[in-house]
Design a protein. Structure first.
Length: 333
């Protein structure tokens, strides 16, 4: 890693195939940052077990997620990609930070409230302390920027808060990270219900586009997407369905909202939705192709993990040992 570049850290949970929301809110932005920054892109498997997983399916999802990272355009030579559970410093720093974050702060987290409603049979302590581990992930690498979707903003605020709190007590130990949230694509909504975000775990599959969905499935889901009754392609808070589709179109093509509105002026919703579908299919086609190629290349994936994990451990340990020393733990002998 070069010393004169800023550090980026982000990650995704391996809990099934990525959605267009994950892709546009996170991955697609990551690929734009890889030249300018030192980037670490982690597979957040420790976070994933806050919801019960089937071990065989989980392992498959972990392997496929790293393949989706690479297929989306992340260069494994340039970015550090690794599994969170392979770098034990994440869990160690998480324990320490948990002693500097208050119960009240965690109780305010909207993701905890939402997930504990959804998984009311398994409100485990890990679900509650999830943001503590996320703060540890970020702070371990002296991260400058964290590219995420809008739904992670509150967690990031907590990471900043605990970093400042720790620095006030012990001097400058942690860099205070900033969120990097793009204007378009940061909040992709469900296609059939644009009042809620597009989510991997949605039971109605017509709400989500998986990045590996075949073209005909993508087209059919966009065809069924809800719009409204006034037949005008315009971005507006009172037109959530149409605005979501415009947002997706802009994120995929790079057009501004004004350009897209002009392009679709006079279009009926049927043709508009077809165009959005086609733009998404075109964007995902090379990703899907590359993913298929990687499927036959297990050794290559293994070698990437091997090389990258050591680099991540080395960087993480620099921060962790500094933290331990500041707190007053006995020096390692
Ligand atoms: P996860 O796996 O839920 O989501 C991964 C990324 O996708 C973004 N995202 C969306 N963006 C736009 N529209 C949507 N509908 C949408 N759904 C998801 C998320 O904002 C995220 O950027 N807690 C994190 C994982 C994590 C992490 C970290 C991220 C753990 N430690 C440290 C950054 C830094 C999560 O649950 O992501």
């Amino acid at each position: 890693m070069s010393d004169d570049k800023k550090v980026i850290f982000s990650g995704i949970q391996p809990s099934g195939f990525l959605t267009l929301g994950n892709y546009l809110g996170a991955l697609n932005n990551w690929t734009k940052l890889q030249d300018e920054y030192n980037c670490l892109y982690c597979i957040m498997d420790l976070h994933t077990i806050t919801v019960r997983q089937d071990p065989a399916k989980f392992r498959k999802a972990e392997r496929e997620l790293i393949m989706q990272y690479i297929a989306s355009g992340l260069d494994p030579e340039q970015n550090i990609m690794y599994y969170q559970s392979h770098v034990s410093q994440h869990a160690e720093l998480s324990w320490i930070l948990g002693c500097y974050i208050y119960m009240g702060e965690l109780q305010r987290m909207t993701q905890f409230k939402e997930k504990s409603q959804k998984h009311s049979d398994n409100i485990n302590a890990g679900l509650f302390t999830y943001p503590v581990l996320m703060a540890a992930d970020i702070l371990l690498y002296q991260t400058d920027l964290v590219p995420v979707g809008e739904d992670q903003r509150q967690h990031l605020e907590l990471a900043r808060e605990v970093a400042s709190r720790f620095n006030k007590l012990y001097g400058d130990v942690f860099k205070i990270p900033e969120a990097y949230i793009s204007k378009v694509g940061a909040r992709v909504m469900a296609l059939q219900d644009p009042s809620k975000k597009m989510s991997k775990s949605d039971e109605n599959k017509n709400n989500t586009i998986a990045i590996m969905d075949p073209p005909e499935v993508i087209m059919s889901k966009f065809k069924k997407a809800v719009t409204d009754s006034d037949n005008e392609v315009r971005y507006s808070d009172d037109k959530p369905g149409v605005s979501n589709l415009l947002n997706i179109y802009c994120a995929v093509t790079g057009s501004t909202t004004a350009e897209a509105e002009r392009e679709f002026d006079g279009f009926g919703y049927g043709d508009f939705k077809k165009s959005v579908g086609e733009a998404v299919v075109a964007k995902l086609e090379p990703v899907q192709k590359k993913f298929m190629e990687l499927q036959n290349n297990k050794d290559y994936i293994d070698s990437i993990i091997k090389n990258n994990t050591e680099k991540a451990r080395h960087l993480a340990d620099r921060t962790l040992s500094r933290v331990q020393k500041k707190i007053g733990f006995m020096p390692r002998v």
